[in-house]
Design a protein around this ligand. Structure first.
Ligand SMILES: Nc1ncnc2c1ncn2[C@@H]1O[C@H](COP(=O)(O)OP(=O)(O)O)[C@@H](O)[C@H]1O
Ligand SMILES: [Mg+2]
Length: 438
């Protein structure tokens, strides 16, 4: 009797990209939906970050439109900007390399940022130096105005979504709740992580890209001082604080930040959007930022070609990731990720599964092939979600937000607040942030 052959099938690297093309390495992150792990392309040996989202969970959490939107926007931000003929990618955005799906998951293969995210560093160091934050502010301002030029609002700027490369440069990631906007129609969806939300979102009278500059202000304030300017025990208190409280700086603020830096932060955290720094249209906002005395001495050409030396270089000898992600995967994951051949029949799929199948299209940065997608791009559903946690996982998560602005908006925060009150917990824990962050 012949022995069963257990040799693996050869991998077709010329065919459409799939999980068989990668070696799966350690887990480095987890967000509201996605798990992120390091992978190595088996042919090129290049390392990437693989963000994967379980499709069944995604349907259950009514997050299908968000995942498809994230996939679409990531391809879009990669498109060569006219003004920068030599640049293919934006230097301060985590770029998409491949996208594909199998029966269980949707996959994004992204540039790997080995320096870790800013939440990781903030939790370990308590706060960061003004010089580091100055550089991040300039880099992220460049990324944000690039996105706004493409009429995309990120809507979720917070330390968790800012990743450092090995040289310590900041990159924006996580386009899960990003949307397109047009000056002709204000957005009204309550979106983002509450502590970073601009007042114009919370008062629900409509907003545009100005919200990203506010969130950048909150984020940079938090990085410098180790706490955020607006706080509250309940979501109601937090909303009230964001809308009404005077902007205050800690008593020892001038030990941590120059007067110019404090002035810059105050200009980002301006409630009046017509006066807020960065918000003027047609590139004037970025010009104001570049000309502000806090950042005007930076060489912006060098900055955009990543030639400025970052004051904080992540330690390359240690992993800049929370070890609990890997541990959680090893101990608690009962369905570990593995490459699988496709079996499912589209004709028997639920409408949401089918939507994902058809609209989460494959992408390969080497081929730069653009498919025409979205023939019937309708939002299947809009609802909120909160993430589960494991092993004392302490990151804030981003509640999902409606991408279809025309649909009636569920009030995520009131819903979540009620839930928290029933559990006798404070609203801040909605963010699952450790108390030492305040
Ligand atoms: N390209 C990457 N390189 C390294 N780590 C990453 C990368 N992308 C994400 N991560 C890590 O995974 C976490 C979750 O990823 P994110 O895209 O923010 O997912 P979610 O939409 O679920 O919040 C991030 O906070 C970060 O720590
Ligand atoms: Mg995230």
């Amino acid at each position: 009797m012949g022995a069963l052959c257990c040799r693996q099938q050869p991998i077709d690297f010329d065919g459409e990209v799939n999980l068989f093309h990668f070696n799966l390495l350690r887990c480095v992150g987890k967000g509201a939906f996605g798990k992120v792990r390091v992978v190595q392309h088996k042919q090129t040996k290049d390392l990437y970050a693989l963000k994967y989202i379980n499709k069944a969970r995604c349907v259950k959490q009514k997050a299908v439109p968000n995942i498809i939107q994230e996939r679409r926007l990531l391809e879009e931000v990669r498109r060569r900007p006219k003004k920068l003929p030599l640049a293919i990618d934006h230097p301060f955005i985590v770029n998409l390399r491949y996208a594909f799906q199998d029966d269980e998951n949707c996959f994004f293969v992204l540039d790997l940022m080995l320096g870790g995210d800013l939440r990781f560093h903030l939790e370990r160091l308590g706060n960061l130096s003004e010089e580091s934050v100055q550089l991040y502010t300039a880099e992220l301002s460049s990324a944000l105005s690039y996105l706004h030029e493409k009429r995309i609002i990120h809507r979720d700027i917070k330390p968790d979504n800012i990743l450092l490369d090995e040289q310590g440069h900041a990159h924006l990631t996580d386009f899960n709740i990003a949307v397109h906007y047009s000056e002709r129609r204000m957005l009204t969806g309550v979106a983002g992580s509450m502590a970073y939300m601009a007042p114009e979102i919370l008062v629900k009278k409509g907003y545009l890209n100005t919200i990203d500059w506010w969130s950048l202000g909150i984020c940079m304030y938090e990085l410098i001082f180790g706490k955020r300017p607006y706080r509250g025990r309940t979501n109601g208190d937090l909303t009230h604080s964001i809308i009404k409280d005077n902007l205050r700086f800690p008593d020892d603020a001038e030990m941590k930040c120059s007067k110019r830096g404090i002035h810059f932060l105050s200009c980002l955290l301006e409630r009046d959007v017509t006066k807020r720094l960065g918000c003027k249209p047609d590139g004037e906002g970025l010009r104001d930022i570049r000309e502000h005395p806090w950042l005007s001495s930076l060489d912006w050409d060098k900055l955009e070609s990543k030639q400025l030396q970052a004051p904080f270089i992540p330690d390359s000898k240690r992993a800049n990731f929370d070890a609990s992600h890997e541990l959680e995967e090893l101990l608690l994951e009962d369905n570990p990720l593995k490459a699988q051949h496709r079996k499912k029949d589209v004709s028997t799929m639920s409408p949401e599964m089918r939507q994902m199948e058809e609209q989460f299209t494959p992408y390969n940065f080497k081929q730069m092939r653009r498919r025409s997608y979205y023939p019937n791009n309708q939002i299947v559903s809009t609802m909120t979600v909160t993430s589960s946690s494991g092993l004392g996982y302490s990151r804030p998560t981003t509640p999902l937000t409606p991408l279809g602005e025309s649909s009636p908006l569920p009030n995520h925060f009131e819903m979540r607040e009620k839930e928290l009150q029933q559990q006798g917990r404070e609203a801040e824990s909605y963010d699952m942030r450790p108390s030492n962050a305040f």
